[in-house]
Design a protein. Structure first.
Length: 181
């Protein structure tokens, strides 16, 4: 099923522009509180609309993947019994790399619903394109060798956006092939 993708930027003309910009700003404050020690200068917000599907077991809203950036804050829709007054916070690939696999990025997917359309609002926080990402020295020692090579985030991003979403395969781009199976 197709999804409608909308990227909000300062040049976009969107219905409800002011409330959405305020929402995105508040998500930035939340993200900074969650990861004060990690650079997340790149912020992106997406809106996706997934049509209802009479046979949801035959399709995905979005296939299984891990997020390319550091963290994702996801506003829940009402389709799947959300926790009230809560957001979903997903650890992305850059946190896995920075922590040398100590904290793993979350593999997830969007499922469609039989009778109700789904809407997702996701705020992505990542390093700037020029930032170089590698495991932090606090997570590397003789017993825990570096599992990831030093990678410029723009190269990691370009690699991830050039492929179909397939599990956590994008991490192979930075992997030193020492990851446990």
């Amino acid at each position: 099923m197709p999804s409608i993708f909308c990227h909000l930027s300062s040049h976009s003309i969107v219905i409800c522009r002011e409330p959405l910009l305020k929402f995105e700003c508040k998500m930035g404050v939340l993200a900074q509180k969650l990861i004060e020690m990690i650079h997340t200068r790149r912020r992106t917000m997406t809106f996706n609309y997934y049509l209802a599907c009479p046979e949801p077991n035959l399709t995905y809203g979005l296939s299984s993947h891990s997020d390319i950036g550091s963290i994702t804050i996801l506003m829940q829709d009402a389709v799947k019994e959300p926790m009230l007054d809560a957001f979903i916070v997903l650890i992305g690939d850059q946190i896995e790399i920075l922590t040398n696999w100590h904290y793993e990025s979350v593999e997830h997917r969007v499922t469609t619903n039989k009778t109700v359309p789904r809407i997702s609002v996701a705020c992505f926080f990542a390093p700037s394109e020029e930032d170089v990402v590698r495991p932090l020295k606090e997570f590397v020692d003789a017993e825990h060798p570096s599992l990831y090579k030093e990678t410029k985030f723009c190269d990691y991003l370009r690699n991830g956006l050039s492929k179909q979403l397939r599990g956590k395969t994008n991490l192979k781009f930075s992997s030193l092939k020492l990851l446990p199976a």
